[in-house]
Design a binder for this molecule. Structure first.
Ligand code: FA5
Length: 343
């Protein structure tokens, strides 16, 4: 046995030369071989422990401690070298694995826009071209923007008709129930005159059925001028909006009719119905509209004198469904790829 005759200094020399070998190793494979030679079952360190039995009792402790120190020295050197070699290996692999990001993705399927997104883009494009501001607003809103400023104060019965998702632990915060919140934000931030539309998601705790979804899209419009504006102007604007939704060029092809209604933020208020062959040639209810109530201006710190304005808001799912002959709103939010591909 080599170590039986090995002096302490020989053992030290042996380990020192192993350390040099570790330092010289240039691959992980080489390093593993050196590790086995020194720390393996029949390696230098284990052989040293085996000769312990033949060491005089009073020297055993010191000898064992010396081997342990040398063993730790070797282990640390191997750990550091391994890290260094692994880094070199990764860098080499990355340098050789050239990915050409300009190659066409031949076989992969490319997704397409959802039919609601298509309609949203069409409307935005047309209104942008006509010089309207196309604005967004937050979906997490304050009660002030969703209700109070719209002339729907606390305990007003109109609040009950909006089944609202309130945000837990944040008093006075909710998921907006309609896009009319953006009317308020626009009036407060930009003042008058203003011509804007806003399209986005709205939320109500309605039960999910064929015609209702807890999340749906609304398009909102607001025009306020210092020149007289009438219900006639509102009607023309609604024809334009429906023409944008249905991609119709001649707005006079779109029939619009009003039915008296009530919204606290408009006076007079009406329900809007429309008819066009693209949605089945019968009267379809789309949403609400009216002339802006003076209290809305006041709540937005504006003087209502000499201001004329109209506003409208309706759901997009209904028109999309009619246009695409979809009978259940739930299909719009289905994740069935076959359905998505079809549209
Ligand atoms: C409003 O939300 C008013 N802010 C509209 C308005 C704006 C009136 C400006 C006057 C001036 P209403 O609650 O009726 O009104 O909702 C409008 C439309 O949203 C409805 O006609 C319907 O098309 C759609 N809608 C309402 N709830 C749902 C639902 N759960 N799922 C799908 N669509 C819905």
């Amino acid at each position: 046995m080599v170590l039986l005759i090995m002096e302490h200094s020989d053992l030290e020399n042996n380990i020192e030369s192993s350390l040099e070998e570790i330092d010289r190793s240039s691959t992980l494979g080489e390093l593993d071989d050196i590790r086995t030679k020194i720390l393996g079952r029949s390696g230098i360190v284990n052989s040293a422990f085996k000769v312990m039995a033949s060491i005089p009792g009073d020297q055993k402790k010191a000898f064992g401690a010396r081997i342990n120190i040398l063993k730790e020295k070797v282990e640390m050197a191997i750990r550091e070298k391994r890290k260094e070699l692994e880094n070199i290996e990764i860098a080499t692999r990355l340098a050789n694995e050239d990915i050409d990001a300009t190659l066409p993705a031949c076989d992969s399927e490319i997704g397409s826009l959802h039919i609601i997104s298509k309609m949203v883009r069409n409307i935005r494009k047309r209104y942008h071209a006509r010089g309207f501001l196309v604005l967004d607003g937050p979906e997490v809103e304050s009660e002030f923007h969703n209700f109070d400023a719209l002339n729907i104060p606390a305990h007003h019965p109109a609040r009950q008709s909006h089944d609202t998702f309130y945000i837990k632990n944040f008093a006075g915060t909710l998921l907006r129930t309609h896009t009319s919140t953006v009317q308020i934000r626009s009036l407060m931030e930009r003042g008058v005159p203003i011509r804007m539309i806003s399209i986005g998601k709205t939320y109500r705790s309605d039960n999910l059925d064929a015609t209702h979804s807890p999340m749906f899209h609304q398009v909102e419009g607001l025009v306020v001028e210092r020149e007289p504006l009438s219900v006639g102007n509102l009607k023309k604007e609604l024809q334009r909006l429906i023409a944008a939704c249905l991609e119709i060029d001649d707005i006079d092809e779109v029939n619009v009719r009003f039915r008296p209604s009530y919204f606290p933020f408009t006076e007079p208020s009406m329900e809007v119905d429309c008819m066009h062959e693209k949605i089945g040639h019968k009267w379809i209810e789309l949403g609400g509209a009216g002339m802006v109530h003076p209290n809305v201006y006041k709540n937005c710190c504006l003087d209502s004198d000499g201001l004329y304005g109209f506003a409208f808001g309706f759901g997009l799912e209904r028109v999309t469904m009619l246009r695409n002959q979809i009978h259940d709103i739930r299909s719009l939010y289905d994740t069935d790829v076959r359905w998505l591909k079809h549209y």
